[in-house]
Design a protein. Structure first.
Length: 401
């Protein structure tokens, strides 16, 4: 089997996912194309050598539909022989795209591929693509469907995470992200988004709230309590009868931010490294996706991490740094508890609570984040994982070379 070598990681800044956000004026295909153009120029590629572009996108409809990966290839003016495919594994779509690109290289069916993702949540809102899981009453009934916010509060209730616990975690995410920006820790991977006149539209992650405190978070009302009273709490308790009542502890301040963004990871084999005189930064050691119980929904990261660790003949203690998507604070707390991992090794530069979660792109973004930090600290191994809607988890292990 060939090694899947990581040559480069690129991402846009994350813009607030609303009409007032800086990236609202930029179509999602343009965000993806800007990432591809940057990968081409940074690595001096002849794009005729790229076999495929795999992009995650959670809501592939409207201007994000019709295979946005291939459209972005054309918009970036890459060689017409470069194919493109769009994938959706909910929040793990960007990481799944990287894993597919890596698998192409490992199997020998590709020499050079790009995995990544894009999501413009200000232009194609959350939930736009619908789906039987939530919209078909029969399907929803059979799977004990509840919205993800209810799942997060169910998780916090089941594992006894208090409002203070989740708010404290959120404050730490904001502080870490702010410090990372102050110390230019994202400079290796981030590219500014510019307009047609080459003037900057956005150069930094604009969702951050560095002045967040326990007091400011304490003033926020739980976001999902009213939804729970409409009957979803009862559905969750039907599935988990040991829970007497759900404690609603999550709100906008300790949940992932809605943002726009795109990212890409350039992956290839040794022959491409030699041809372009590219120094491999890391290799993909293993990856895994799993299914988990769909009502609580958010326990998959630990199981997928364990599966990826087993495939790599590793233990959690062998991992130097973890990047785990901060969909909700309780999800990360549960992951750290399940794998017995200290917070000092997890999301050391903050996460989606502070920086935002552009659904289809996040997995690729956080892979680049952990790789940059491994290089900065001269460490070796990183594990990237995300919880996934409908009860799944995806994880990838990388190792510097």
């Amino acid at each position: 089997m060939n090694e899947a070598l990581i040559f480069d990681t690129v991402r846009t800044p994350r813009g607030k996912g609303k009409k007032s956000g800086s990236l609202n004026e930029v179509a999602p295909v343009q965000l993806a194309a800007k990432v591809l153009k940057s990968i081409e120029s940074r690595n001096n590629l002849n794009t005729e050598d790229v076999d495929d572009v795999v992009l995650g996108c959670v809501h592939p409809i409207g201007e994000q539909g019709a295979d946005i990966a291939r459209t972005a290839v054309l918009e970036a003016e890459w060689h017409q022989t470069v194919s493109g495919v769009q994938v959706d594994r909910f929040c793990a779509s960007g990481l799944e795209a990287v894993n597919i690109a890596a698998a192409q290289v490992m199997s020998g069916q590709a020499s050079l591929s790009v995995g990544g993702g894009v999501e413009s949540m200000s232009r194609v809102p959350l939930g736009s693509s619908g789906g039987a899981w939530m919209a078909d009453p029969t399907v929803a009934y059979n799977s004990y469907f509840v919205p993800q916010g209810i799942s997060a509060d169910l998780l916090a209730t089941k594992y006894n995470y208090s409002r203070n616990d989740v708010d404290s975690y959120a404050v730490s995410s904001q502080k870490r992200a702010s410090e990372a920006w102050k110390n230019n820790k994202f400079k290796n991977s981030i590219i500014p988004v510019k307009d047609q006149n080459d003037l900057p539209i956005l150069e930094v992650d604009e969702y951050m709230r560095p002045n967040t405190t326990m007091q400011s978070l304490g003033a926020l009302e739980p976001s999902f309590e009213k939804m729970g009273k409409y009957g979803f709490d009862d559905v969750a308790i039907l599935k988990y009868p040991e829970i007497e009542a759900i404690k609603h502890v999550h709100h906008a301040g300790n949940s992932s931010g809605i943002v726009d963004g795109a990212a890409g990871v350039l992956i290839g084999n040794k022959e491409m490294a030699d041809k372009y005189n590219l120094k491999p930064r890391a290799k993909i050691r293993s990856f895994a996706s799993i299914g988990s119980e769909p009502t609580i929904m958010l326990t998959g990261p630990a199981d997928s991490a364990e599966k990826a660790l087993k495939k790599a003949n590793m233990n959690a203690s062998d991992i130097d740094l973890f990047e785990m998507n901060e969909a909700f604070a309780a999800v990360v707390l549960r992951f750290m508890e399940a794998l017995n991992v200290d917070h000092s090794k997890v999301n050391v530069n903050g996460g989606a609570i502070a920086l935002g979660h552009p659904l289809g792109a996040t997995g690729a973004i956080i892979l680049g984040t952990v790789l940059d930090e491994l290089e900065r600290r001269n460490l070796s191994t990183g594990l990237i994982t995300l919880c996934v809607g409908a009860g799944m988890g995806t994880a990838t292990i990388i190792e510097r070379v």
